[in-house]
Design a protein around this ligand. Structure first.
Ligand code: ADP
Ligand code: MG
Length: 627
């Protein structure tokens, strides 16, 4: 709650709105206690007094009644009616929406067609018709305004509910034996509650305005009782001769509606988790680069060379250090594995290479990424765009979310080809078929006309690989491409990548959390922990003689088929939170070898150029469990 308020008041306009509407509400609540003249007693001798007369701060109206007093009581009434109408419309409309969205089918159809019928009438005409049928009066105006706003809530909330009702957690609740009422109350309602609050806060001002409109026409509050609308209505005749009688209620309506709308917008922004994380702000085309230190001098190692890369996420005043001083390189025709638990910064490292980390909140704060000697972090957007997909291509983990659901896979492949090479359509199509064959999709000629949902997970992943191969890149960065697949498909995809590496001299950076995959595909491997490389070397050496305690622990966690009985040792503790990394070795709190020096400062790289380890107490003894 305090987090919500903090977010809300960070928005200046919302804060201004909250202060104004808060003051108005306070005065409205305190009105009966204030020593003011009776608002409804006429004093014809004092008609149309100007403002700032003794006893009449805001002057008097056409019957000599004190305007300030009428304004206070009128505001009280208008606010009460508007808020009541919003609550009634919100409750009834949301209930209708939830029921329609949750049950779906015929119930949904009947309810929503009824709502559509209500919506088919012009808003204010419908309200007028309702008041005409019920007779004028503030209560009837309230009913009319609430009724015409019900469809708005019903439609909005139904839309959100339909999306939620098909989700797995609702199925799970059903399987757990919960009844419809309980599912609606405990599963659905908490999820749509913020939507309801948002809809109410943004429409309350509008409803106050509508009630005032009805009163202005004489259909709302009846004389002598005044609300803001009827005050305006009564002042109409004297608009030119005594403008203050209209200005006073007019300004009040303006202030109320304005401040409620500002506050409502703020509430929406603060409650919507997507807006809150900044995800709806459009990220830039290239990750923001703000290098603080000196740019490392170029070393000639490798085709793609990452030096001391630092990538951070700046969210509010927190800094998440996702990647810290990572150095890696890959040669043509070589496969480099990056292995780590999830959350260690593998994906962020990979995305930083081509400037694909979303900014905001991502910022590259240090280091260099060189492709054939060119510093990619200093490259122009144009030059990066030419290289993305053409020189350096990505394969992502989840092919269902990276393929466009509404286009045939053939069209998506053709587009990937034509983005970099001006080829005629049929040549590009032929190339697409060829690519699908290269990734061993059977019946490539007919599969090319499939939509992503018509393919299995393994096939979609192959399409993802085909797309990465479309422009014959020099480097492929594969971010856990086989994690979602079963082992047979995984083995096929690994051997496919391996063939491509041999045939085309492709350099592969393969990100995974699986030592088996690394052993099958990669010549070299780098182990990451909390955004740092802790150990790097030839795959054989690292698998046989892991030197860093973390690598050893990680490998001791692996069960081995036919490996006999042994205890699988879990690593105690949890990976550190990257917004709050300890000084020194990030693994020290979980390491049984850690000494005071480990927790003090920077840990240098140890070992020879081939097998390096970031540890003060490395072990170079073979590891029996895996040897
Ligand atoms: P993985 O090794 O599983 O691929 P990632 O590279 O995706 O891990 O994430 C590395 C770290 O960066 C994680 O601790 C994650 O919490 C953090 N992180 C990633 N994206 C964001 C973001 N948009 N805002 C804040 N932190 C993030
Ligand atoms: Mg990842």
């Amino acid at each position: 709650m305090s987090g919500f308020l903090k977010l809300l008041f960070r928005n200046r306009l919302a804060a201004v709105g909250a202060v104004i509407i808060g003051l108005i509400c306070l005065v409205a609540l305190a009105t009966p206690l204030l020593p003011r003249a009776d608002p409804d007693v006429p004093a014809t001798a004092d008609r149309f007094q100007r403002p700032f007369r003794p006893g009449h701060l805001l002057g008097t109206d056409h019957l000599g009644r004190d305007l300030a007093s009428r304004l206070l009581w009128g505001t009280r009434l208008s606010l009460a009616v508007g808020v009541a109408a919003a609550l009634i419309a919100g409750t009834i409309g949301s209930t209708i929406g939830i029921v329609a969205g949750y049950f779906g089918g015929r119930i949904d159809n009947v309810i929503m067609r009824g709502v559509d019928m209500l919506m088919a009438f012009p808003y204010i005409l419908l309200a007028l018709a309702i008041v005409a049928a019920l007779g004028p009066g503030l209560m009837n105006a309230l009913i009319a305004v609430a009724a015409v706003n019900i469809p708005f809530f019903a439609r909005n909330i139904r839309g959100v509910t339909v999306g939620l009702a098909g989700r797995e957690f609702i199925d799970a609740a059903r399987l757990a034996g919960k009844g419809h009422t309980r599912i609606i109350l405990t599963e659905l309602l908490p999820n749509v509650a913020s939507m309801i609050v948002i809809a109410m806060s943004t429409t309350a001002g509008w409803m106050i305005l509508e009630t005032a409109g009805l009163s202005f026409l004489g259909l709302g509050s009846q004389p002598p009782v005044a609300d803001l609308g009827s005050m305006l209505g009564e002042a109409r005749a004297a608009l030119i001769t005594s403008p203050h009688t209209s200005v006073v209620p007019g300004v009040m309506i303006f202030l109320i509606v304005m401040s409620i709308n500002l506050l409502g917008d703020g509430v929406r922004n603060a409650l919507d988790p997507r807006l809150r994380s900044g995800a709806l702000t459009r990220p830039r085309a290239v990750t923001l680069v703000e290098r603080r230190g000196a740019i490392p001098a170029a070393d000639q190692k490798g085709l793609l060379n990452i030096q001391d890369l630092e990538t951070q996420f700046h969210v509010g005043d927190r800094v998440y250090r996702a990647v810290n001083a990572v150095s890696l390189h890959v040669n043509p025709g070589e496969a480099l594995g990056i292995i780590a638990e999830s959350g260690s910064g593998k994906s962020v490292t990979a995305l930083s290479v081509m400037g694909l980390v979303a900014s905001p909140p991502g910022v590259i704060t240090g280091g260099a990424v060189r492709y054939e000697g060119e510093d990619l972090l200093a490259a122009t957007y144009r030059s990066l765009r030419e290289k993305r997909g053409d020189k350096v291509a990505y394969i992502f983990q989840d092919p269902l979310s990276t393929l466009h659901p509404l286009f045939r896979v053939g069209d998506q492949l053709t587009e990937a080809i034509q983005a970099h090479h001006k080829e005629p359509d049929d040549a590009a199509r032929a190339r697409a078929v060829e690519l699908l064959k290269a990734v061993r999709i059977p019946n490539a000629e007919s599969r090319i006309r499939n939509y992503p949902h018509q393919m299995s997970g393994g096939m979609r992943q192959r399409v993802g690989i085909a797309m990465a191969l479309a422009n014959d890149p020099e480097v492929i960065i594969a971010d856990e491409p086989t994690t979602a697949l079963d082992v047979t498909v995984q083995a096929q995809i690994l051997s496919l990548l391996d063939d491509l590496r041999r045939e085309r001299g492709l350099a592969i950076i393969f990100i995974t959390h699986d030592f088996d995959v690394v052993a099958q595909l990669c010549e070299r491997v780098a182990v990451m922990y909390a955004g740092k490389i802790v150990e790097e070397g030839p795959t054989g050496a690292i698998l046989a003689q892991p030197a860093h305690p973390y690598t050893r622990r990680l490998m001791a966690c692996l069960p081995e088929l036919g490996g006999g009985k042994r205890r699988l040792a879990a690593i105690p503790g949890l990976p550190p939170v990257v917004s709050d990394l300890p000084p020194g070795c990030a693994f020290a709190p979980r390491c049984d070898k850690a000494t005071a020096a480990c927790r003090a400062g920077e840990i240098p790289f140890d070992g020879d150029a081939a097998h390096r380890v970031h540890c003060l107490h490395p072990e170079f003894a073979p590891m029996e469990v895996l040897a």
